[in-house]
Write a protein that binds this ligand. Structure first.
Ligand code: UDX
Length: 478
């Protein structure tokens, strides 16, 4: 058990009950029984969902059990933001920082990428300063452009009551959706950045919290600028690997090579490693796009055009990959009037999050070409899928079953994979949910017309078996 220094922190709060704030607070409360953790948010519906473990606002394996154990013991969810601020010695800011409008994506050298909307972060800083009657440590956890912690410090100082001092730390979060509990419980590293002059004391307090469950050698301290850039850089480097393998998948399709074999061969080199070399439809989610756009924006702002071009290309490659896959479907079968089963919609397996999912783009291209879609995803709610695919606001009729007509197009959301496949001319795999491997494909084929196609956008199914059954298989990178 790691040694814990004298416990001075007894109350912390986290402003923002989202994908980062909720799970992070749960893990802290679980590992630090003597600390009261309060998660606050302006969204009363969201807070009420966190207070009902059976209906949590996000799907994250293992989270429900932790919330059940800690809720109202030392973990509280509340809309009373001012009270939580007032009683806390340390405050995490984990509010949403959505990307600002994305600028052009051509290679003309004009400004590209996008900054992030920091209004929620800055409002938090003002509110903390106005409410606080005692000095506090403020920890920036939202994903933010470089320099934000510095700005937060300025605002806190400007609005602070007399005698109240704030120390600002940057503590970026590296959890992945779908594995948040495991990532938080066993992080590869915890990064704590601080402005040099205020470094040691505040850092020690935050370290004190993490040392309850994280080995000391995994807690890395650095300057605020380095911490903020480490977050952007980590996501950019991961996204770059995905774009690299996806670029090679296009080459495989032309050469007759198989991207899975190539990835396995390259990944076996210990200097390269096998992670993030899975060819796919392209990366999605809230972080990779946002952080790359933010990085490109930053490079352009600093007039580092070749550097901006370099990272911009990772984004362009991603768009190319998704649209390449859609075009491959359209050039293989005539989809006009045909029903196509779309398996998966989330931006990756293990989550109900569909932000920036490449599935939207593929579905829209199919719809534009006149296809009718039956979509199945185990976790994304039907109304999310429908609202992302149609212009109209749609009311979901049941938790996971709804239907809407969009002009000549049609989208229906199904509650089972076989229901989506029944009668469809082709199956398109959009998300790598492991359960798709266990579909009774023999039974599925019997419900489909002759010359049934499977387009495996995640290169995840057993193609040899499917071909033996009689499917025409088209796979990413093969
Ligand atoms: C990412 C980072 O991994 C995490 O550290 C950071 O805190 C937030 O952003 P997340 O977006 O949840 O996490 O998912 P991740 O597992 O990184 O996947 C991102 C996208 O890349 C997904 O669409 C995924 O399907 C895709 N991907 C990932 C691939 O296409 N191939 C791979 O080999 C790996």
């Amino acid at each position: 058990m790691p040694q814990i220094p004298s416990p001075q922190i007894t109350h912390i709060c986290c402003i923002g009950a989202g994908y980062v704030g909720g799970p992070t607070s749960a893990i802290i409360s679980q590992n630090c029984p003597s600390i009261k953790v309060t998660v606050v948010d302006t969204d009363a519906k969201r807070i009420s969902a966190w207070n009902s473990p059976a209906a949590l606002p996000i799907y994250e394996p293992g989270l429900e059990a932790i919330i059940r154990n800690q809720l109202n013991i030392n973990l509280f969810f509340s809309t009373d933001i001012d009270k939580a601020i007032a009683e806390s010695q340390l405050i995490f800011i984990a509010v949403n920082t959505p990307p600002l409008e994305i600028i052009d994506t051509d290679c003309s050298g004009r400004r590209r990428g996008a900054g992030a909307d920091l209004s929620a972060v800055m409002e938090c800083a003002q509110r903390i300063a106005r409410v606080s009657t005692s000095s506090k440590i403020i920890v920036e956890k939202s994903t933010v452009p470089c320099g934000t912690s510095h700005e937060v410090g300025d605002i806190l100082q400007k609005y602070a009551r007399s005698g109240v001092q704030f120390q600002v730390l940057s503590n970026p979060e590296f959890l992945s959706e779908g594995t948040a509990v495991r990532d938080l419980q066993h992080p590869d590293r915890v990064i704590i950045g601080s402005a040099l002059q205020t470094a040691s004391e505040a850092q020690e307090h935050l370290k004190y919290i993490y040392k309850h469950w994280v080995p000391a050698d995994r807690i890395i301290t650095m300057s605020q600028w380095s911490a903020e850039l480490t977050k952007l850089a980590s996501n950019a480097l991961l996204a770059q690997r995905v774009s690299s393998i996806n670029s090679l998948s296009a080459l495989c399709e032309s050469l007759g090579a198989d991207i899975k074999e190539v990835a396995r061969g390259c990944g076996a080199d210990s200097r390269i490693g096998g992670d993030f070399l899975r060819a796919s439809l392209g990366f999605g989610g809230s972080c990779f796009h946002k952080d790359l756009s933010s990085l490109v924006w930053l490079c352009d702002s600093l007039r580092l055009t070749p550097v901006a071009d370099y990272w911009h290309q990772v984004l362009l490659m991603n768009e190319f990959q998704t649209s390449r896959f859609a075009q491959r479907i359209l050039s293989t079968i005539n989809v006009r009037g045909a029903r196509i089963a779309c398996l998966g919609f989330a931006f990756k397996e293990g989550t109900g999050d569909a932000r920036n999912t490449p599935a939207t783009r593929v579905c829209r291209e199919l719809l534009t070409a006149g296809a009718r879609l039956s979509v199945y995803d185990p976790k994304v709610p039907a109304d999310h899928i429908l609202s992302m695919l149609t212009e109209e606001a749609v009311e979901s009729t049941a938790a996971n079953s709804a239907r809407v007509d969009v002009g000549y197009n049609c989208v229906s959301v199904c509650s089972r994979a076989l229901e989506a496949i029944e009668g469809a001319q082709a199956v398109v795999v959009l998300t790598a949910w492991p359960e798709f491997r266990c579909i009774n494909w023999e039974q599925a084929l019997q419900t489909m017309p002759a010359l049934a196609h499977i387009f495996d956008g995640q290169a995840m199914l057993d193609h040899e078996y499917l071909q033996k059954l009689g499917f025409q298989v088209v796979s990413m990178g093969k």
